[in-house]
Design a protein around this ligand. Sequence first.
Ligand code: NAP
Length: 278
Amino acid sequence: MIQHVILPGGEAVPALGQGTWYMGESAGRRAAEVDALRHGIAQGLRLIDTAEMYADGGAEKVVGEAIRGQRDQVFLVTKVYPHNASRKGAVAACERSLARLATDRIDLYLLHWRGSVPFHETVDAFERLQAAGKIRHWGVSNLDADDMAELWHTAGGERVATNQVLYNLGRRGLEWDLQPWCRERGVPLMAYSPLEQARLLDDPGLADIAGDLSATPAQVALAWLLRQEDVMAIPKAGSRRHVDDNLAALSLRLDDAVLAALDRRFPPPDGPSALEML
Ligand SMILES: NC(=O)c1ccc[n+]([C@@H]2O[C@H](COP(=O)([O-])OP(=O)(O)OC[C@H]3O[C@@H](n4cnc5c(N)ncnc54)[C@H](OP(=O)(O)O)[C@@H]3O)[C@@H](O)[C@H]2O)c1
């Protein structure tokens, strides 16, 4: 059964979702991408993450097709480019995303990364979009602890619903400062590239640990993230086979001995470091 993460404000969203980076780039793969997303939704992976950036809007169109006829089943996340995140620009970008997604609302609209537009302008735009019913929640992506503190002190900034960040077994630096900061304030993290774009799956140490559990490396990597009740993960899977593999992570429990073995192979941070991004 799918577990949930509680957003600030109390809404429960699926902890395991589906990413879409690199979808919408090839006409030949489109049907399989739509099929994989639909299959995932049917299995409970109802949170779908996309961005205006991906395939220059093409990924949003794939998502639009995948959710057709079942919009209400899905928690839809998309992102605005920093250079579009001004008071006027964000509203226009949101309208374009809505058109590509063929829907009247976005469930969670994220600032993709920090750019030159001041936070107060972006927050203002997000709050207007929210008041107009175009977006239900807003959040950020790729913000480090200092950025989050600055956002928090911007009027309305404490209404941020999530921070979507690069987080996986091999990218644990944020556990030092960003994660405790967010945890103290009830802001959940959304882990992107949870499989390190599949590179993590070739790690021999992870393969051994997975083998001992009769699980796949992807399942262990996802279960490791999802054991934390305030972390969502959004692996991208382009086929039903990968969707099913990732789904099985939800029933994999990692005991203390396994967690210790993972800590030895992928050590937690022992000091501050810059937030990594892809
Ligand atoms: N906010 C940001 O700046 C940011 C940055 C990066 C990503 N993201 C979001 O996070 C999502 C996930 O990250 P990602 O796409 O970069 O990388 P990822 O989810 O870590 O890895 C995706 C890769 O892993 C493969 N894969 C998926 N499930 C698998 C399985 N069970 N076994 C073997 N291989 C598997 C996929 O292959 P197939 O395609 O063949 O299934 C794909 O090549 C993105 O799609 C995007 O929505 C956000």
